[in-house]
Each structure stands twice: as C-alpha cells, then as structure tokens.
Design a binder for this molecule. Structure first.
Ligand SMILES: Nc1ncnc2c1ncn2[C@@H]1O[C@H](COP(=O)(O)OP(=O)(O)OP(=O)(O)O)[C@@H](O)[C@H]1O
Ligand SMILES: [Mg+2]
Length: 454
C-alpha cells in the first residue's frame, strides 16, 4: 500500500488531507511538526511527503532536505504561504519535489502528487537502467566515468537512441555536482527567438508576451549540470552568445544588461558529427573546440549486438504487467541480435514494449517479428516494386524506428521536417500519437517538440 506522510501544525488541515488521501487508498501518517515528521519518516518508508513550510521547530524546507539526503525516491510537496514562494522555487530545483501556494486546492494537489510520484519513479529508474557488458559499451562507460571526475565540458557524439541522455545523467550523478540540479534543453525544440530566452532567460518586457522576468536553463542549472541536446542544431546567430556563456560562465538575460554568473558543467550532445557541421559552416569552429574539451562517443547498438539479449530481457521486465514475467524465445532473441536497429536502444525498447503488450502471457516467440510489429531490416524490395512504394516503406520504417518523432526521422533520412510531414500526409502514415511513446526519462516536458516549419 502507498504510504503518505502529512506534516502540518494546523489540525484542521491535517485532518482534511488525511481524510482525502485515505479515501484514495493511501496509508496516511500525520505529524504536527517537522521533528515528529522526521521521526515518523525514519520509521516508515513513505513514498510521498506533503509538508507545510512554516512549522514550529524544524520547518518544511529542513524536513525536505533531511528526507532527500536519506531517500532519493521519496517525493516531497511543500505547502507554502505566498511570501515563501521564492524559497520554495529554490528548494524545488533539488529533486522530486513541488510546491503549492496556500490555500490549497485539492484537485491541484492531486495533480501535483501524480507528477512528483512519476518523476521520483523515473529518477529511480534511471539509476538502475545501465544495461550492457560488451567491450564497446564498457569502454564508453569508462570514458564517461573519467569525464565525470573532471569538471570540464563534455561533448557526447552518438547516433539517435544510443543512450546519450542516460550517459549525461550518469556523468552528473558521478560528478561533484551530483547534489545540484540536472537540467536538459533540446536545442531543436524551439525557434531561434524562443531558444535564446530558454537558454539565458529574459527580463520583464523583453519581448511581447514577456510579462514576468524568467530565468533560463543556464541559471536553473546553477550548481549542477546543463545538458544541451542536439547542440549541432543551434542557430548560428545564437552561437556567439553561447560561446561567451561557456567561456566566461556569464551572460545577460534577454532585454537586460545585468550580467548573471553561473557555476555549471555543460554536457552537449549531437547525433551528427559536429566537425562536419563546422566544415559546412553551420557550426562555429571556436564553439566546437570549446565544447569538445572531453569527447565521449557511444557505440550504435549494431556494434554491441552482444548486449541485445540482456537489454531485451530488461525491457520485457520493465514493461511487464504486475505479476507477469514475459520471456523471449531463443529464436526471437537470435533474430533481435541480427537486426540492424537504426533507431538503436530506443527502437529495441519500443519493439519489446509492443511485443509485451500484444503477448498473451508466457513466452514471446518469433511471431512478434513476423506480425509486422517491426519492419524487417531489409524490406522485401524486389524488381517490380514501384519507387513510390519503396519510398513509402522507407518513411514508415524510419518513423517506426523513431517512435513517430518526425524531427528525428527527418534527420535520419537527410530531408527536411516539411518533407516528412508531406510524406506522412501523402502516404497516410499514422499520426504520432499512434506510435508507442518513447522511453524518455527526462523531466523536461518541453523536449521532443518538433521544430516549426521553416
Ligand atoms: N544501456 C542501457 N541500458 C538501459 N536502457 C538504455 C540503455 N541505453 C539506452 N537506454 C534507454 O534507451 C532509451 C534511449 O536512450 P537516450 O534517450 O539516453 O538516448 P539518446 O541517445 O539521448 O537518444 P536521442 O538521440 O533520440 O535523444 C532511453 O529510454 C534509455 O533509458
Ligand atoms: Mg537524447
């Protein structure tokens, strides 16, 4: 049963929350102050703590800090008076935590509960999920561990779906910044003007719609690690500002001339060799050298076929319904090991997720492949097949491998996003929602948005 701890010095509030959550199936403990809460927390493994901020003795912030040092899996929600919001925002940067301003609306609280629990669960997941023993993978891990022990900026160059983000999180966890925030930004997720403000923040009134000042990801990552995903797609016009921020660790928010200083490590990733982008004039050479202090590369899945069986078993366990233990037949595993996996680990995970969902318990056999849940590595292209059909298959197969992500499909196919959209329409391919969602573990919901049409 899910255990919840409520700490509040207001008896009415305690009783109301206790009753509400009990009705929703929680086993609830209550405490009248932070000290009692900490005692109860140490006695029972609560997956969620809801605490008032202002309480006599140990306050909600202190309680949260104590909880987070002893259990990274417990989610904490702070209930705060309006005046404490800046402190709550600061506290929130440190993990699976959220805050609500009093008076508390129960529906909002429930929503917050759902979200923090999901985040806590995902954070727990990504500490476990590092599967693979092949030489190629071990070498990459060793390199990442070495990189983690330094404080230099890191460039991870690897194909889509190979585990770049997973490794970036590992580096953060192994670094001296582990207790600081890990903040991710996908450079392809925003048009140029918005990207600048996402990175560096903006002052109030900096542009139409900027009604309040906002910090950017550089500031949110202060004390921790900033992941710049797909940095090769950074518009040229923004690159000088990024270079300065990397060199000086300082920048101005948009529309402000007050310099902000930060102490962060930057990890950048790219799916395509950045050096090629430099040669093509799409990426500044000085920025490339600045980012590439420690290069880390990850092997594509086809170069570590020895890990496929273990990964597939791991994903089967991850997606199994509670109480079931789906197994993959030897024949199926052999087939998986032969496959080229252009979408790498992400594609394999999506395949296993579907196979598990469609299985009726027991062993999953080779028919999982045959049922067309995954396109064969080499489609049946024979003389007589029309070019149009071949093109349709190629688009369908690529979208399948990216879990429906059109921006990534465009990248893999070397065409524009607009072309992918047009082909999806022309061939009547399924909309994105019909693909199983990827296996993202990141907390930044802004990611994965597609770039708007140029
Ligand atoms: N060695 C591994 N063990 C377990 N899971 C893995 C491993 N490598 C990758 N994954 C899983 O595969 C998925 C893809 O990994 P990740 O998002 O880190 O890749 P990526 O290289 O950042 O992909 P993209 O280029 O598409 O952004 C994630 O769900 C991740 O947890
Ligand atoms: Mg990624």
């Amino acid at each position: 049963m899910k255990r919840l701890l409520i700490a509040d010095d207001d008896a009415g509030m305690r009783a109301a929350l206790e009753a509400r959550f009990q009705r929703r199936g929680w086993l609830v403990d209550v405490a009248v102050n932070g000290t009692e809460a900490l005692e109860k927390f140490r006695a029972g493994a609560h997956s969620l703590v809801i605490t008032d901020v202002r309480m006599p003795g140990r306050d909600g912030f202190e309680l949260m800090r104590e909880i987070q040092t002893s259990s990274s899996r417990t989610a904490v929600i702070l209930l705060t008076a309006y005046g404490c919001v800046p402190d709550a925002v600061e506290a929130m940067r440190n993990g699976a935590c959220d805050y609500l301003v009093k008076p508390v609306c129960f529906e909002k609280l429930e929503l917050a509960v759902e979200q923090v629990l999901r985040r806590a669960e995902e954070a727990g997941k990504d500490t476990e999920a590092l599967i693979g023993r092949s030489v190629a993978w071990e070498q990459a891990l060793e390199r990442a561990r070495q990189a983690a022990s330094t404080d230099a900026d890191i460039l991870i160059e690897a194909e889509s779906g190979t585990g770049k983000e997973l490794i970036a999180r590992l580096i953060h966890r192994l670094s001296r910044r582990q207790s600081g925030p890990f903040v991710a930004l996908n450079c392809t997720a925003f048009p140029e003007t918005l990207l600048e403000s996402e990175l560096f923040g903006h002052a109030r009134g900096a542009f139409t719609g900027a009604v309040v000042a906002r910090p950017g990801k550089f500031e949110s990552a202060n004390g921790g690690t900033l992941l710049l995903d797909e940095v090769g797609e950074m518009p040229l016009a923004l690159q000088p500002k990024l270079l300065r921020a990397l060199q000086e660790r300082e920048f101005d928010r948009l529309g402000s001339n007050q310099t902000v200083r930060v102490d962060i490590r930057v990890i950048a990733t790219t799916n395509r060799p950045l050096e090629a982008a430099v040669v093509e004039g799409r990426f500044r050479a000085d920025l490339f050298y600045r980012l590439n202090v420690i290069p880390v590369s990850l092997p594509p899945l086809r170069d570590r076929a020895g890990d496929i069986a273990e990964l597939a078993e791991y994903f089967a366990g991850l997606y199994a319904a509670p109480g079931t233990h789906p197994r993959l037949s030897a024949e199926l595993v052999a087939r998986l090991e032969e496959h080229a996996w252009p979408g790498n680990v992400r594609e394999l995970a999506n395949f296993v997720r579907r196979a598990v969902a469609l299985s009726h318990g027991g062993e999953i056999g080779i028919e999982a492949f045959a049922h067309g849940k995954i396109p064969p590595s080499r489609p049946e292209w024979k003389p007589g097949l029309s070019l149009g059909e071949m093109e349709r298959q190629l688009f369908a197969m690529t979208l399948e491998s990216t879990g429906g992500n059109r921006a990534r499909a465009a990248e893999l196919l070397g065409v524009s996003l607009r072309t992918v959209r047009n082909k999806v329409r022309e061939f009547g391919l399924p909309p994105r929602r019909n693909y199983p969602s990827g296996l993202r573990t990141n907390r930044d919901t802004s990611r994965d948005k597609e770039q708007p049409c140029p």
